[in-house]
Design a protein around this ligand. Structure first.
Ligand code: V55
Ligand code: FE
Length: 535
């Protein structure tokens, strides 16, 4: 089936908008919930009117932003050292049109922003990637795609288009940005202008998978990308495609393997010698999809499976090791030592996504959804071993762990993660909030299992951070963290925060003040200025 860009015919066969309000479920990290209830609306309103309910589901409670904008010379409080030169890119969902009732924050159109930092100055730019989906909806002036990863709910006119929203992660590869959604191939963007260059990038046809993960890994030395797709032969297939491509876009290795069951495989791990996957009980549920629901439901009766295979091999050696019900989404870092493979992930007992339903009707349990860093490991030389090992590394709870990305695929020592410190005060000014904001970045040193913490204060919530090396050859973890903070007493207005990793306990060295809230990031990526194309 060809999914090359094609504009659908302009026809008016979409269902009229359902204006019923629904419960807006938000990110676990910073959720509040809106009240459900029927909202009366004027019967004279046209079905084609673009109108957002007061609270469509947005990550972190952010409403639709929808503004593509440029700010030349942002307001900077503090001083940005001149050794910070590069671009911080971030992406997150930002509804283009009002979502179908019951849809979830993860289905908003990807919106990419860039903070270009140089000589103490910051220029900001934000653009929607022109996905096939975005272009079709813009032309029709309405929503054409239905529920999260559910093609059964789409307008028939878009059946041949890529459903990808490019809303999850962004990375720099071969002088271009790639914006990812795990149900489709990447969307390629120009790193200077943020214009979309290719709405369906397949490594020149070299990538055989119909999907591509949001979490490729990069070999810092060679620029090689190592990546995969799940449901790789199409909807609800148990095929995983693993591949690598050199720094110039040529696929140099590929293997097809099978998943133990069909479900979300959001991130993976790559070491010098091995590739590892964790299959979690977030199972693809075709029956529910046919009833108009989202792609996944959490099946607590399923085990987890940790699969390890040789990197560069044919995949026949892939072995799945069993574990109990757990939710884990992101890899901080991974490494191997001879026959032993180690993968560090934040891990929780139960479903961490309030907006993905529990199959057996259990209510969402925020305590069981709290993630803690765990080290998963197996010794591949022990032929009779059937289960993987799991060690809890630290007491801090959090999500979205990162590392010094120069250490992807090789032994690493330093990691970072947004956390919430339960011992810090909650500002009475925040009112009676039912949640504790994520207001720390914790630095983890695995060499001695120590931590240091940057705490932003009780009136802010922090999004994911990215690490910026102090210089090209700075020691591991020596540099800065960049990340967006929402100021909760200012309607969530956004500041880019810059923290020195040697002075985690101090104040940010600089704050880049945006005059608005913006959308919430899922993931971000730092690109050193000397590797960017000349403007
Ligand atoms: C994640 C995010 C997604 C998704 C699946 O853990 C998993 C993150 C923003 O979309 O579709
Ligand atoms: Fe992710």
């Amino acid at each position: 089936m060809s999914r090359k860009p094609k504009q659908p015919k302009k026809e008016n066969n979409g269902a009229s908008m359902n204006r019923r309000r629904f419960i807006g479920t938000l990110a676990a990290a910073a959720g509040t919930s809106a009240l459900a209830g029927a909202a009366p609306f004027a019967p004279t309103a046209s079905a084609e009117t673009v109108h957002f309910t007061s609270n469509p589901p947005g990550l972190g409670g952010a409403g639709p932003f929808r503004s593509e904008c440029d700010i030349h010379d942002c307001d900077v409080e503090g001083e940005i050292p001149s050794n910070i030169d590069g671009a911080f890119y971030r992406v997150g969902p930002d509804w283009q049109y009002p979502p179908m009732a019951g849809n979830i924050p993860f289905d908003g159109e990807g919106h990419v922003s860039m903070f270009r930092i140089s000589n103490g100055h910051v220029d900001f730019k934000s653009r929607y990637p022109r996905t096939q989906r975005f272009k079709a909806q813009a032309a029709a002036r309405k929503r054409l795609f239905g529920m999260y990863r559910n093609h059964f709910t789409d307008d028939p006119s878009v059946a041949k288009l890529s459903r990808g929203t490019a809303n999850t992660h962004i990375a720099y590869y071969n002088q271009k940005l790639l914006a990812f959604k795990e149900d489709s191939p990447p969307v390629m963007m120009d790193p200077i202008t943020l214009e979309t260059v290719d709405d369906y990038y397949t490594f020149g046809g070299g990538m055989k998978s119909l999907t591509h993960s949001a979490h490729p890994k990069f070999d810092h030395g060679t620029g090689e990308i190592i990546s995969y797709g799940y449901e790789a032969k199409g909807f609800a297939t148990d095929d995983i495609y693993v591949f690598s491509a050199n720094a110039k876009g040529k696929v140099t290795w590929e293997a097809w393997v099978k998943a133990p069951y069909v479900g979300m495989i959001h991130d993976f791990a790559v070491s010098k010698d091995y590739v590892a996957f964790l299959a979690i009980p977030m199972a693809t549920n075709v029956e529910r999809m046919k009833q108009g629901q989202v792609h996944f439901a959490w099946d607590s009766s399923l085990p987890t499976w940790f699969g390890v295979m040789r990197r560069g091999g044919d995949g026949k050696d892939l072995k799945w090791f069993k574990g109990p019900e757990r939710c884990a989404t992101h890899v901080m870092g991974a490494f191997s030592d001879g026959n032993k493979m180690y993968v560090d992930m934040d891990m929780a007992l139960k479903n961490q996504f309030p907006f993905f339903p529990n199959l057996h009707g259990e209510p969402y349990d925020p305590k069981a959804a709290s993630g803690y860093l765990h080290r998963l490991s197996v010794d591949l030389s022990k032929k009779d071993v059937t289960d993987y090992n799991m060690e809890k590394l630290y007491p801090q709870s959090g999500a979205l762990p990162r590392q010094d990305d120069r250490y992807q695929t090789i032994p690493y020592r330093i990691g970072f993660m947004p956390t919430s410190n339960p011992t810090k005060p909650l500002s009475p000014k925040l009112g009676n909030v039912a949640f504790r904001p994520t207001n720390s970045y914790t630095k983890f040193d695995h060499a001695n299992r120590t931590t240091t913490e940057f705490w932003i204060g009780d009136d802010s919530s922090l999004q994911e951070c990215c690490f910026v090396p102090r210089s090209k050859d700075a020691a591991e973890g020596d540099g800065y963290l960049v990340g967006v903070a929402n100021r909760l007493l200012e309607g969530g207005r956004a500041d880019l925060i810059i923290v020195d990793t040697q002075y985690m306990e101090g104040q940010p060295i600089a704050k880049v003040r945006l005059p608005f809230r913006s959308y919430s990031q899922v993931h971000g990526w730092w690109v050193p200025g000397d590797t960017l194309p000349k403007a």
